[in-house]
Ligand binder design. Structure first.
Ligand SMILES: *Cc1c(COP(=O)(O)O)cnc(C)c1O
Length: 356
């Protein structure tokens, strides 16, 4: 059990066994008497790490034939631009849903290069729901959505029918549950929310995307460059990829996505039940759109703030302060957070009810 119950929104909690192994590899990797951080990324020992990380992504997510798995630097924020470069034709058209701050940043990048049709937005209600009342046009280059809105605590429970390539920013819910990869032409996700330390960004891209839009793409922004070099076009973020590989081993050893999905649903149910039961609290997101990863809630009466903050601080709970654009509290319950940590937060909420 971790000393601190870490609800950080990202970078976020990693399993303790993963951290221990990572620590050891920083000291002496593979009995080479060298640190993981000071060997060549082209050494056979590190190439084996890259190969295993890639294979585990394919195995755990059940990635079909005809897709490439790539690890790149730049964060999901570079993914916003990489999407446009790889999927949009010159002066092309795309559609996006505007479900939060990250979706908005993705839209801004696309607008620099073509027409953007914003199909649905929940901006006027501070992004507290997932718009569903739209039809994806068929005359666009791609449709982009954000599966989980980390800041507002909303999550898409299904993806719309669409006849055009579907692209998804899955930064904050990838590996949290089963997903049908074959629906997507491209998925991208920053490592630091469910996979490993910041530094690497995971791309899963249909090979049919390569070269399809006919535009000249700068080498680093072209996913085909990286697919053809097995993520070794330039020096990859070795530490982030190594720790991501350890996390994927941990996930697989425990039962993969069926195991983690059940555990994540259990944690979310535990906390949301208390938010709904306890008269002092209320959730901020629409019930049907609530995120299993990030639960946002507020105190109905701010007068209880100091007492509640003292309770969870005394319980060594960390990172539940809400994002400044929502306020209140946000409990990020990523894969590595144990059920016991959620029970402890629920106990604090019950204790407040008793003493307030
Ligand atoms: C955190 C986050 C990002 C930004 O990721 P970076 O790797 O910091 O660029 C993008 N999209 C979503 C949904 C996120 O949660």
């Amino acid at each position: 059990m971790a000393k601190v119950h870490n609800y950080s929104a990202g970078p976020c909690i990693l399993d303790e066994s993963v951290l221990k192994e990572a620590q050891a590899a920083v000291g002496n990797f593979d009995n080479l008497d060298l640190s993981l951080l000071e060997i060549s990324h082209r050494s056979k020992n590190f190439v084996a790490v890259m190969d295993e990380a890639t294979a585990l992504v394919k195995e755990i997510l059940n990635v079909p034939e005809g897709y490439s798995v790539i690890f790149l630097q730049g964060g999901a924020s570079l993914g916003f631009l990489i999407t446009v470069m790889n999927l949009m034709r010159e002066n092309g058209k795309a559609a996006y849903t505007d479900t939060g701050a990250w979706a908005n940043k993705a839209i801004k990048e696309a607008k620099l290069f073509g027409d953007v049709n914003v199909l649905g937005t929940s901006k006027d209600s501070n992004y507290n729901f997932i718009p569903k009342d739209y039809t994806v046009p068929s005359d666009i280059d791609y449709f982009h959505c954000t599966s989980n809105n980390t800041i507002y605590g909303t999550q898409m429970k299904s993806f719309p029918e669409c006849s055009v390539p579907l692209v998804c920013d899955m930064s904050s819910d990838i590996f949290s549950k089963s997903v049908d990869i074959s629906q997507f032409d491209m998925i991208y996700a920053g490592a630091q929310k469910n996979l490993g330390p910041a530094g690497a960004t995971l791309y899963i891209v249909k090979d049919a995307v390569f070269g399809r839009n006919g535009r000249t793409i700068p080498a680093y922004l072209d996913l085909q460059t990286h697919a053809s070099k097995e993520s070794m076009f330039n020096t990859p973020p070795v530490f982030s990829i190594y720790v991501s590989m350890l996390t994927l081993r941990w996930l697989k050893a425990n039962g993969g996505l069926p195991w983690i999905e059940a555990r994540n649903n259990e944690k979310a149910a535990l906390l949301y039940n208390e938010i709904d039961r306890n008269p002092l609290f209320e959730g901020t997101a629409n019930l049907e759109d609530r995120s299993v990863m990030n639960a946002c809630f507020v105190l109905k009466d701010e007068a209880h703030k100091d007492a509640f903050d003292k309770l969870w601080n005394d319980s060594k709970i960390n990172g539940i302060k809400g994002h400044r654009s929502v306020g209140g509290y946000r409990a990020s319950m990523y894969n590595a957070l144990p059920v016991e940590s959620v029970q402890l937060l629920v106990d604090c909420m019950k204790e407040l009810e008793k003493t307030a």
